[in-house]
Design a protein around this ligand. Structure first.
Ligand code: PMV
Length: 325
């Protein structure tokens, strides 16, 4: 009972920022992302009758502690769904997500684990069901089931039955690019989990964040369908700044930004003033992702690499959803 699946990570253009249910991972707002081809996880799950517990290897190293616990807890859901509670697995994952790039490897990781795990145990789930299940491993991962642009509909049911991602436009729809700008310095980081919790509970800006999401989503979907780069980029950049503003007003306040983060943001805005269309977005970390069009790739990469404090720039195209190997 063995299966292998591959999934790509995604970058949110409209951010998921806040949970209404911590255990089921139900969000307080819908979000929208672009799946990226540059960063992926390949996972093999092998359910074997001779095992008495799960074994998890990541890049050929045994994993224990919190990461192991999250994986087995997720496989418990798979086992429950299949009615095979006492069947354990050998799990081998390979991450082609440069961890330094600040992409949550949890997005590609849980999407690949869900796809391989359900297939290995003999479940035949559709992508919607798979996305709903994946959500319970890591929220943002539910969007990585699909390629291209995907929306995670927050839903309203308390059991999470209507909270899953849906495709908005496939990878082939639009060759928009993303440069991951990796900073050389790292800082002790507030996890996305802890950061969103603190913000929901204490930030007076949080209600403003929630109030403006439906309009952002509506407008960005129109812009994506129309392949309107300036509109897509400006909505994404403003949405990112709004999310990060909520953290500045939390108690205690915090920010994910470094001095270099701000330098990259300013460079992107200067490029725009000089007629090169580019927009940024930032997740729960200091690295910046820059949206651009293929014709400006060389110019943009050179400019980003020349910023003091930038250690690498990794370029990516729209990527596909999960696949089985
Ligand atoms: O799913 P998590 O716990 O990795 O949280 C993701 C949060 C953000 O990356 C900041 C936004 C998003 O929608 O991906």
């Amino acid at each position: 009972m063995k299966a292998t699946a591959k999934a790509h990570t995604n970058i949110a253009l409209i951010k998921y920022w806040g949970k209404r249910d911590e255990a089921l991972i139900l969000p307080t707002n819908s979000s929208l992302s672009l799946t990226l081809d540059g960063f992926c996880t390949t996972t093999t799950v092998d359910f074997r009758a001779d095992l008495t517990k799960d074994r998890f290897m990541l890049d050929d190293q045994p994993v224990e502690g919190e990461a192991y616990r999250r994986v087995t807890k997720f496989l418990d859901l798979v086992r429950q769904l299949a009615g095979k509670e006492n069947l354990f697995a050998d799990i081998h994952s390979k991450n082609d997500v440069p961890t330094a790039a600040g992409f949550a490897s949890s997005a590609s990781g849980f999407a690949a684990l869900a796809a391989a795990g359900t297939k290995a145990i003999g479940l035949d789930l559709g992508n919607q069901e798979l996305s709903r299940l994946t959500r319970q491993g890591s929220g943002s991962a539910c969007r990585s089931i699909f390629g291209g642009f995907a929306e995670w509909e927050m839903g309203s049911e308390t059991d999470g039955s209507d909270s899953f991602a849906v495709p908005v436009a496939p990878a082939e729809h639009w060759d928009i690019r993303v440069a991951a700008v990796v900073l050389s310095s790292t800082m002790k980081k507030v996890s996305s989990r802890a950061g969103m919790k603190r913000t929901v509970e204490t930030s007076p800006f949080y209600s403003g964040w929630i109030d403006t999401i439906p309009q952002d989503l509506n407008e960005i979907k129109q812009a994506i369908h129309a392949k309107d780069f300036d509109k897509t980029g400006s909505i994404a950049e403003a949405n990112c700044l709004k999310m990060h503003a909520t953290t500045l007003a939390a108690n205690p306040p915090f920010t994910y930004w470094h001095d270099t983060t701000i330098r990259v943001m300013q460079t992107v805005q200067e490029m725009r003033e000089n007629g090169i269309p580019a927009y940024f977005t930032i997740d729960a970390g200091p690295n910046v992702k820059v949206l651009y069009l293929p014709e400006n790739e060389k110019n943009i990469e050179t400019k980003l690499r020349s910023i003091p404090g930038v250690s690498d720039v990794i370029l990516s195209k729209p990527g596909q959803g999960i696949s089985y190997i």
